[in-house]
Design a protein around this ligand. Structure first.
Ligand code: SF4
Length: 272
């Protein structure tokens, strides 16, 4: 039984991942949903990384000229998506003038522009663009989280900051009972997931996991498939390292993998 040291005692007892996984009843679905909402509130009020909190708040004060008339979010950005998701997207961290401004993952910058276009094309998002928390966009069968929930200077959280934030990701893994596929956007996200598996004793070494674009791994029987992808950062997309077609391939693969695993046909999707 897994238990978590953070949070109030009464629901630390309920964070028993396996309990939620074993029964896929409506009651447990709603319980998981409720616990995700509690987790969201914890993330928004988190202060474990003073450097990141200060940076996010400063950006929110100074602003970019184009957004001068907007009120920036400036807080840790919570995860977003469908609590029944089979696919989990693990990104890096909020963009300074993207989700640090809008308060929703991958919303309001170039990374989000390409990601949501692709998610819409592959049937995971209701709209092809995400501009604000109030734009009505919903995700289906997909949940988006990040290795760090606060905008870091230079888009580079420190190893300590990543370690600080990882417990939130680990709780999400337990609270999303239908997960079949993890899509890691970028090497940092890929490493964070592997570190999580290593700390849980699921894998003993990361040696066989080589980061690359559109590569598929099955870390252990019964665990979600891991797909690695280049991050849809402006740097990668403007240089052509990552194109819309390449990212579309990743999410088409994720959908196929989620369906195959749901049907218990586990053998066919080992590394490419
Ligand atoms: S990065 Fe994560 S752990 Fe650090 S302050 Fe933000 S929410 Fe908290």
């Amino acid at each position: 039984m897994l238990q978590y040291s953070t949070g109030a005692a009464e629901y630390s007892i309920l964070y028993t991942g396996t309990w939620v996984r074993q029964e896929n009843s409506l009651i447990l679905y709603h319980l998981g949903h409720l616990l995700l909402e509690i987790l969201t509130k914890e993330i928004i009020s988190c202060g474990r990384c003073p450097r990141l909190r200060q940076h996010s708040a400063e950006i929110a004060q100074v602003k970019r000229r184009a957004y001068r008339d907007q009120t920036y979010w400036g807080l840790p950005v919570p995860s977003f998506g469908d609590p029944a998701a089979r696919v989990l997207v693990l990104g890096l961290a909020p963009g300074a003038h993207g989700s640090n401004r809008t308060g929703r993952m991958f919303t309001g910058d170039r990374s989000g522009d390409i990601l949501y276009k692709v998610l819409h094309k592959t049937g995971f998002a209701s709209h092809p663009a995400s501009v604000s928390r109030q734009d009505g966009l919903t995700l289906h069968d997909l949940y988006i989280t990040a290795a760090a929930h606060c905008a870091p200077p230079g888009n580079k959280p420190t190893p300590e900051e990543l370690r600080n934030c990882r417990p939130y990701f680990e709780r999400e893994l337990e609270l999303l009972p239908n997960l079949k596929v993890i899509v890691a956007l970028g090497k940092i996200a890929f490493d964070v997931y592997l570190d999580t598996l290593k700390s849980r004793g699921v894998i003993t070494s990361r040696a066989r996991f080589v980061f690359g674009h559109d590569l598929v791994y099955r870390p252990a029987p019964g665990l979600p498939v891991l797909i690695s992808s280049y991050h849809p950062s402006q740097q990668n997309t403007s240089t052509g390292k990552l194109t819309e077609e390449m990212l579309t391939d990743v999410f088409r693969r994720a959908r196929r993998a989620a369906g195959r695993i749901s049907k218990k046909n586990l053998a066919a999707d080992e590394t490419r």
